[in-house]
Design a protein around this ligand. Structure first.
Ligand SMILES: Nc1ncnc2c1ncn2[C@@H]1O[C@H](COP(=O)(O)OP(=O)(O)OP(=O)(O)O)[C@@H](O)[C@H]1O
Ligand SMILES: NC(=O)c1ccc[n+]([C@@H]2O[C@H](CO)[C@@H](O)[C@H]2O)c1
Length: 278
């Protein structure tokens, strides 16, 4: 096997004609020659196949059972950093991609504590029903296909099971306090964090209306101080975060993350193979 060989897990589910086979243990590396649609750009049409070797060197059908990967991506960051914008773009590009928004787990306004400063304390972890959020993530982990269907995400229909989209299931978890909840730090395969400076954050936030609108002074008195506190905690307790500059254009941020997800998938996949390729 060439060391620079590219493996694309997104291409499982296709029927591959073999023109190069490398055998090792029960691993077969298959290179597909024929061009297919360019949905996932810039990767060689190569996949790895785990299973019994075919008797002839003509066709191998890769199925979900051969290669199934689940990937959980965290898109964290400061309020109005651009998390939802990025998430929506990724959702359109990634196969079988579901999303969980942390904001959907805010407790009801009358359950949000009022602090000594007189503000409702929205920007703390106890304002969220994190247990419910964790259970929702677990629901996806147990059965991503069922989860996708029940959340209105289209999964490749039975008739098209030979399409690549079946091979991989991706969950994006998006929110402002993702990496401050110890119980689920490990759940993320990739952790992104978007940050923007205070003045830009204040400007963007002033254009927004939440279900409960910000009272005067909330940003300076509560939102920003809590952001600084949580960010420090996160930096002390959570490793492996990829920081994103939220001042870059939407397109630039998207391209950076998309590429990074793809690279991660490739590395994980190659890792999986090489551990068995002895
Ligand atoms: N890269 C960017 N450059 C300039 N403006 C952006 C960028 N990304 C997002 N915005 C704008 O900033 C605002 C907030 O974006 P978005 O809703 O995606 O942020 P968010 O992090 O999900 O916010 P929150 O979680 O606080 O609701 C929107 O008006 C959006 O159009
Ligand atoms: N979504 C809501 O119900 C809500 C209500 C009040 C305030 N917020 C703000 O949302 C941000 C996270 O996205 C936090 O900064 C909250 O202040 C949300």
């Amino acid at each position: 096997m060439k060391s620079d060989t590219m493996l694309n897990p997104l291409y499982a589910g296709l029927r591959y004609s073999i023109n190069e086979v490398v055998k090792g243990g029960n691993i077969l590396l298959v290179r597909k020659r024929k061009e297919r649609r360019e949905k996932y750009l810039s990767f060689d049409r190569e996949v790895a196949y785990r299973g019994s070797l075919p008797s002839d060197n003509t066709n191998v059908l890769l199925t979900d059972q051969d290669i199934i990967m689940k990937l959980i991506i965290g898109i964290g960051g400061v309020t109005n950093g651009g998390k939802t914008t990025l998430t929506n773009k990724l959702m359109q590009a990634l196969p079988n991609c579901c999303v969980i928004h942390q904001d959907d787990f805010f407790k009801k306004p009358d359950q949000i504590e009022v602090g000594e400063d007189g503000f409702r304390q929205w920007d703390v972890i106890t304002s969220l029903d994190m247990e419910a959020m964790v259970n929702t993530i677990k629901g996806w982990q147990e059965n991503p296909v069922k989860f996708a269907r029940s959340h209105g995400v289209s999964v490749t229909p039975k008739a098209e099971e030979q399409e690549p989209d079946n091979a991989i299931h991706i969950l994006i978890v998006e929110g402002f306090l993702l990496y401050n909840y110890q119980h689920i730090l490990d759940v993320y395969d990739q952790r992104y964090y978007i940050a923007i400076p205070k003045e830009e954050c204040k400007r963007r936030r002033s254009t927004r209306t939440y279900t409960v609108p910000d009272p005067p002074g909330l940003f300076e008195g509560h939102v920003w101080p809590m952001y600084l506190k949580h960010r420090k905690e996160m930096e002390n307790n959570c490793n492996g975060i990829e920081y994103l500059d939220g001042l870059k254009s939407k397109e630039e941020i998207y391209n950076q993350v998309y590429e990074s997800i793809h690279n991660n998938l490739l590395n994980r996949f190659i890792g999986k193979i090489s551990t068995q390729y002895v």
